[in-house]
Ligand binder design. Structure first.
Ligand code: FES
Ligand SMILES: [Fe+2]
Length: 439
């Protein structure tokens, strides 16, 4: 259990907060590229509690600037997109991509006042379907060469969804390997060949057993956590009666991403990005080591579950997540349908907007969460004393760019060989990959 003060320290993200300072040292997903593929590419973005507007200028370059006009606060999301910037419709003040005011057409002829007017602006770059922003001090860090960034655009599909809770509890469900045996339990197994684009619907590694059956029959994983240069590797071992073990390797990528296997062919790299203290987006990059991703199918699957333009899930607390007690008896553990995203959403939203960690009881299976929080608190305390050395993936670009993978895989092999079986599975998958997935 922790104090209220500690819970605030690790959850709050606005300017000047502890966790907010750590998150600001990393590139943050700000929007999907597809959100800007419109006739007027201007979208509101609220990130880490800051209200911003993201736009593409006439030359096609991206800008991310403060949402409210520095004159008298009108909303620049309604700005006129002209002259490679945004012009406030209220009095015509014009801002370039760097947030500099370059013209004030209503001020007296020859006025130089605009030179002293600037709104906040942050660097933005686009990677495989996501626009990332850097909101921290100094130069942004390099991007690690994670699979989702190393793969060509054809092999990565990006999507997002809104959750009505704090980012940390959202992320923590991703470093909790035990929950999959319960929250995502299916009481009947469907044909794995119909599971394209869905998590836990493939066969378990190189067997004929559906993943759903394995998770259901072996609910007490042995969980091992290793510290790595990008964050943590979690290994969940499910020892089976026949002398074999299922090994599931997942990762925490500091500070707020996870990387997990989705199927034998695809992994998911997922950020839990704070909109503000009480709302977050998950941003996922689905990366294929096999065939190019069928983006049309994957997008249609997810659009059936989400409203645009805010990517809010259609099942949510206002309709009880579609909860059906009959279904809970016969088909799923939650009674909330087959989409496992809804299960996770219910789990993390039902805790309350910010989980009260002064009243929780962590068990052995929460080891990933315990270790992660310790690392986050160390990073926060370090930064408060001006020391960034406890933060992974900061500093020299060569070092960051050498970080690859991470390995995210399900594998099955003889229990005594579990330490090699997942590495061999990953090596074989990378060797057969059409893009350069070597690590
Ligand atoms: S409020 Fe924007 S120009 Fe006046
Ligand atoms: Fe989950």
């Amino acid at each position: 259990m922790m104090s209220q003060e500690q819970n605030d320290l690790i959850t709050r993200v606005g300017p000047g907060t502890g966790a907010g300072a750590v998150l600001r040292r990393y590139w943050q997903p700000a929007a999907l590229s597809e959100e800007l593929m419109t006739a007027r590419p201007v979208v509101p973005v609220t990130l880490l509690g800051e209200k911003l507007v993201l736009f593409r200028d006439n030359k096609g370059d991206l800008g991310l600037i403060g949402r409210h006009c520095p004159h008298r606060g009108a909303d620049l999301c309604y700005g006129r997109r002209e002259d490679n910037g945004l012009r406030c419709p209220f009095h015509g003040w014009h801002f370039d991509r760097d947030g500099q005011c370059v013209e004030q057409p209503g001020e007296p002829e020859g006025s130089q006042m605009h030179k002293n007017i600037r709104t906040v602006s942050y660097p933005v770059v686009e990677r495989n379907g996501i626009v990332f922003a850097y909101m921290g001090p100094g130069d942004p860090p390099a991007f690690p060469a994670l699979d989702c960034f190393a793969a060509p655009d054809s092999h990565v599909f990006a999507f997002k969804g809104l959750w009505e809770c704090n980012w940390l509890q959202a992320m923590e469900v991703g470093i909790d390997p035990a929950h999959a045996s319960f929250l995502h339990r299916f009481l009947q197994d469907e044909d794995p060949s119909e599971g394209y684009g869905k998590q836990f619907r493939d066969k378990a590694a190189n067997t004929d057993m559906p993943m759903t059956q394995l998770l259901r029959e072996y609910p007490r994983p042995e969980i091992r956590v290793e510290e790595t240069d990008y964050g943590m590797r979690l290994i969940a071992l499910r020892h089976m009666e026949d002398g074999r073990s299922h090994v599931r390797v997942t990762n925490q990528i500091f500070p707020e991403a996870i990387c997990i296997p989705m199927s034998n062919e695809m992994t998911i790299t997922q950020w839990h990005v704070p909109v503000d203290d009480e709302t977050c987006y998950w941003y996922s990059m689905f990366t294929s080591f096999g065939k190019p991703v069928d983006k049309t199918v994957m997008r249609e699957q997810r659009l059936k579950e989400h409203h645009l333009p805010d990517y809010a899930p259609i099942k949510n607390k206002r309709n009880n997540y579609g909860y059906n007690p009959d279904e809970q008896e016969s088909l799923t553990y939650t009674g909330m349908g087959l989409d496992i995203n809804v299960h996770d959403q219910w789990a993390v939203e039902s805790m309350g907007r910010i989980q009260d960690r002064t009243d929780e009881h962590l068990g052995r299976s929460d080891v990933g969460i315990i270790k992660y929080r310790r690392r986050l608190i160390n990073a926060i305390k370090g930064l408060q004393q001006g020391d960034a050395t406890a933060l992974p993936m900061q500093g020299a670009a060569e070092v960051i760019e050498a970080i690859r993978g991470p390995i995210s895989i399900d594998a099955i092999g003889a229990t005594e060989a579990w330490e090699s079986v997942w590495k061999e599975g990953d090596t074989a998958r990378r060797a057969a990959c059409t893009w350069n997935a070597a690590i």
